[in-house]
Design a protein around this ligand. Sequence first.
Ligand code: ASN
Ligand code: ZN
Length: 322
Amino acid sequence: ALRNIETAAEVRAERRLLWPDTVAALLTNKEGKNREVYDMLNRPNRRDLLPGNLVRKEGQEPVEDPAVNEAYEYSGFTYDFYWELFNRDSLDDSGLTLISSVHLGENYNNAFWNGSQMAYGDGDDIIFRRFTRGLDVVGHELTHGVISFTSRLAYLDEAGAINEHLADVFGTLIKQWVQKQDVEEANWLIGDEIIIPAPTRRAIRDMKNPGTAYINDPDLNGTDPQPDHYSNKYTGTQDNGGVHINSGIPNKAFCEAALQIGGFAWEKAGRIWYEAMLQLTSNSNFDKLANTTVNIAAEMFGKNSPEHNAVINGWQTVGLYE
Ligand code: ASN
Ligand code: ZN
């Protein structure tokens, strides 16, 4: 059965042995949001050195360092997004503390979820600026955390590309939600606020037109070379079987569906994809994602509804639905 606000509340009430009349209070309190930001002080990028020194925790005022404040604010927006739209209480749906470490390594051009926390580099100031600057980047990395508590998609081949795809979908939706952008206003770029623009690059990825975030640059320089159709899927072994490459295929399908539905992407397309993120399993492939989202759309909005047809059309555009 599909989750809606009422059934989620019932599930939550049952799990916590609460009576339904106490659930309303539970659904409106924000006590579940709990953030900690640590400073790695540019020490080496070593897992055993994480998280570093605690510099700001929940309820504390902003500090001088913008990277600390961005990690705090943007992980807060991410919490609010999952809570307010899906009644999800943090990454694990049980109030898990959102831990971020900033200033990881020296000139480090990446950010990641390490299985229990976020870590952000400062960038080299040639290709990338500090990674906390991008709300979509923070939302992307934290969504890897949500996936680790839900579908647990393997980080390899098509399952890995779906893992990357869902991180991009919710990364951009969090940004669109905070900025109140509809599908036409959104730019559908990932990482445009952290990449330093050049004639050859304008973002890390472009969900609407995969493969166009870089322009005639054989070195790529921080951008991902993405196909926009299943017939051009990368089948080599780099990048864990192309997890950041082949995510362009479902990214395009999602974007097409959201554009055809119109309005705010998080309201309908986002709900369908959130439910899919819960239903998929560690070895789901693109076919499975396509069928799952089409079935959810039919169940949520009705068979042959505009939403159902838009999701079908999205997958047809990339060659993954008859
Ligand atoms: N920033 C990258 C990502 O989240 C790190 C990685 O390759 N896992 O996809
Ligand atoms: Zn990722």
